[in-house]
Design a protein around this ligand. Structure first.
Ligand code: ZN
Length: 110
């Protein structure tokens, strides 16, 4: 089940979704958001559409592993967008999947 969610999240990211900096209110999982719809990749809940990613980020923390992962995710998403080779697309998708998994684990620790 979780794998499906991860796939769905990866697909959403491909279509221009962004990662939410705020964790899921239900399970603290990583969420992706597209057109005002947030999807939690841990529990699969899609809360109300009102959620708008906040611009004001807390800058007090030094570059964290999470930020690094988020940046990597951005790069990968762009790479995937431009990649025409199917095999390479698969590889990028795999990396995205494991990134999402890692991020999920990190959030759960908090
Ligand atoms: Zn959740």
């Amino acid at each position: 089940m979780t794998e499906d969610l991860t796939k769905k999240a990866a697909e959403m990211l491909l279509k221009g979704a962004t990662l939410l900096s705020e964790p899921c209110p239900y399970c603290k999982g990583v969420r992706v958001m597209k057109q005002g719809q947030a999807l939690c990749i841990s529990c699969g809940r899609q809360p109300e559409k009102k959620e708008i990613p906040k611009q004001s980020q807390t800058e007090e923390t030094s570059p964290s592993i999470e930020k690094t992962l988020e940046k990597k995710m951005e790069i990968l998403t762009k790479e995937l967008e431009n990649e025409k080779d199917h095999e390479k697309q698969q590889n990028i998708l795999k990396t995205i999947n494991s990134l999402l998994e890692t991020m999920g684990k990190l959030k759960k620790k908090q």
